[in-house]
Design a protein around this ligand. Structure first.
Ligand code: FMN
Length: 191
């Protein structure tokens, strides 16, 4: 796959996951698959087992889907409207057990979406996270209370046809590269 090379034999789902835009507008994602993705997200580890994440999920054609779609930026809605489902990841900012600020809530919510994306990959689904949307609009539309952060949107569905993308989007339709492995280590591993 373009831009992908692995030195180590990591999970196939990690090797094959990327963020496409060519969603198949004809395909639907089953309730079973969507709930399985929720289950994968559910079993992410979290600080104090707080599980700060929650999800707004809607299949295409639903009012929830329309509400999320309406908040997406123009450049995202162009392709994400073809997804079979849209979701928004929320996260509670304070610990439930003592009402103190939970400094790790975003870390934990990110882990849960990571789990979800790999389960999706295993099920033949594609996922594409999006920061380009109006978080305030999501808060209003779905009555998300203060203290719950609106973090990211995700498009979920099946791969369609690259040819159906606009020229600008088709040019970007490939996995993003990664920095070299060595650069990840803030301090090189000792021998
Ligand atoms: C939090 C987050 C926000 C993102 N926002 C957008 C977005 O608004 N629009 C978009 O097309 N891609 C978006 N992406 C996709 C990233 O560009 C993509 O994941 C990154 O380039 C790595 O590529 P890969 O997922 O294909 O490996 C986002 C990804 C994440 C995790």
């Amino acid at each position: 796959m373009e831009n992908r090379s692995f030195t180590y034999d990591v999970l196939k789902e990690i090797q094959n996951r990327w963020s496409p835009r060519a969603f198949d507008a004809q395909k639907e994602v089953s309730r079973e698959d969507l709930m399985a993705l929720m289950e994968a997200a559910r079993y992410a580890p979290s600080c104090m087992n707080e599980q700060p994440w929650s999800y707004i999920v809607g299949q295409r054609g639903s009012t929830v889907f329309a509400g999320i779609e309406a908040a997406l930026s123009d450049s995202n809605v162009e392709w994400a409207a073809n997804a079979s489902a849209l979701m928004v990841i929320l996260s509670k900012e304070q610990f439930s057990h003592n009402d103190r600020s939970n400094r790790w809530h975003l870390f934990d919510a990110g882990t849960s979406w990571g789990y979800l994306s790999l389960e999706a990959q295993k099920r033949g689904l594609i996922t594409h996270a999006m920061g380009g949307f109006a978080a305030d609009q999501i808060r209003t539309t779905f009555a998300v209370p203060n203290g719950v952060a609106v973090i990211a949107a995700v498009a979920i569905g099946y791969y369609g046809r690259r040819e159906d993308l606009s020229e600008a989007m088709a040019a970007r339709e490939k996995p993003s590269p990664r920095k070299p492995l060595d650069e990840m280590l803030f301090i090189p591993l000792e021998d």
